[in-house]
Write a protein that binds this ligand. Sequence first.
Ligand code: SAH
Length: 388
Amino acid sequence: MKTVTLKPGREKLPLLRHPWIYANAVDSHDNDIAPGEIVRVVTGKDGFIAYGSFNKNSQIIVRLMEWDAAKTVDESWISEKLRASCARRSNLASVTDAVRLVHAESDLLPGLIIDRYNDMVTVGFHTAGMNRFRGIIIRELTDLYTPEGIYERVDTHAAKAEGLTLEEKTLFGTVKETEITEHGKKYSVDVVTGQKTGFYIDQRDNRHIVAEYVSGDVFDGFCYTGGFTVHAAPHATSVTSVDSSGDALDRMRINCEKNGCTGNVSAIEADVFDYLRKSAEDGKMFDTIILDPPKLAPTRQAAPKALRAYKDMHLFAMKCLKPNGILASFSCSGGVPRDDFRTTIAWGAKDAKRDVQVLRVLSQAEDHPVRLSFPEAEYLKGFICRVI
Ligand code: SAH
């Protein structure tokens, strides 16, 4: 097996089981290591740290996978880790049939994203290492779930960072639209054309929780296919659901029909920022505002611009909120830490001359776990606030 030797002092995080070795932490490595090949990472004094997959085309040159020197990272190791990850989700069966089965580094399988939507499964192989294990991963998934179809989804940002050229395609069976159930609500999901891998399953519990705070006239900004709308509608007088994607709104109409809530929901194709700004000018007021924008800052570098956008969004929203109205606001930007996002609510409140009480602090669903040695996996932040 080929060896990668770290520079002195750069072993601290990997010894704490952080999975990423940056190229600038490497002192030397053997020649001719193929992309995705499993290597042994050692310290200068030849101390074993871990095994991981190598990729010279990435800033993250090794993704660590196994810290026990006696183990071998091969197909049966992948099978074992995959099955263990799936088994950890078994408690969700009573809540939903749309589950993230593998959340990459958090489940010790770097770059691997697997979502199950009832009889459909999506897989993302976003590292050179995982790409080598496609065959066994697909075989295990067909064996575990006997799905109708398995579809490969590609996060182009992640693939590019790894220097990988990947293509979205059917990997097994017949891929078609499906129906999922989440906290008793039904949703239509298309794993081929849908955003992300089809549905935002990371918001599963937040949709259920936010519904407890909903009343009166509700605004669901960035509604996509109606995840929050469908949960909110039974508690609301009206729901105004806005998204810039006409396709998403078409599917939301289907989802409202499935859940018997077409009566009080209006689907509007518009830019949420523009719509809220105009509503504020027109004096249109809501009792509850839900805001779940797309990733405005994928990286730390993009954060300053994203913070200004979040601030504007919160300012416009508060101008349209009745006294003591509820604001449920989310950020899925990995580049914006939770405290910074909360600060943008405070900035909006200052300019809107409102006081804000934080009622609930929310995060991503438990099938998107954050391993303590890899805090980078935390990306979804949410606050339910009362705006006095
Ligand atoms: N709340 C949704 C997920 C939202 S994802 C759920 O629970 O399923 C973000 C959504 O924002 C996407 O549907 C995207 O089409 C939409 N979007 C992106 N930019 C927008 C903008 N400026 N105005 C309105 N919608 C936008």
